[in-house]
Design a protein around this ligand. Sequence first.
Ligand code: ZN
Length: 243
Amino acid sequence: MHDARMTLERARSLVTPERHQSARAVWLRAAVLGADDAIVSTASLMIGVAASTAGRDAILVAGIAGLVAGSMSMAVGEYVSVSSQRDAERADIEGEKEELATNPEAELLELASIYRERGLDQDLAMQVATQLSAKDRLGSHLRDELGINAASLAKPLQAAWISAVSFASFAVIPILGLLVAPASLRMPTIAALSLLSLAALGAFGAYLGGAPLMRAALRVTLGGALAMFVTAAIGRLLGVSVG
Ligand SMILES: [Zn+2]
């Protein structure tokens, strides 16, 4: 009894990978990247316009235009990239269905050999493959052979609106910086608020990925500072030559 139970648990742990948590982490990390992008691009745009000696209204319009344009472009970009991922998954699923229909015995052996490679002995692997196939043949092949899980299938529309909302929410940070700043401190306030948010996001992203926090925070903050500095320099040049 005890042995049978151990074997069952061993089989379970081998054939049911914990995909849920890592799928969520991947999703969150994508959202964090979109947020970095929103802060860096919107803040740079506003600082560039501010450096050209434009007034508050022009800087505000630049910020809002950046927010809207960035959200749309994120939505379209995500939609396109996740759609092609979904097309690939669909093609894999269709292919697997056809193989199962035309060559069921070879497919059962294939599944058993996957479990054997993961550490089950020959008999148990065959037993696991047979029982899983009896319950959900296609699902077992998709999950254990192709790594496709029904819960983690690519969802283009969902990816599109999540990234658009994430971009828009974080692009608000530099705009808030402008709204609260006194006239003489617009650029430093926008930059400081944006860089602080980037540092926090960098640390959060590293935390999700299990990476060192300080290094990630420093990297994204330096990258953001560089982008703002370059745009400010160009804005200043343009402001001098155009104005
Ligand atoms: Zn298969």
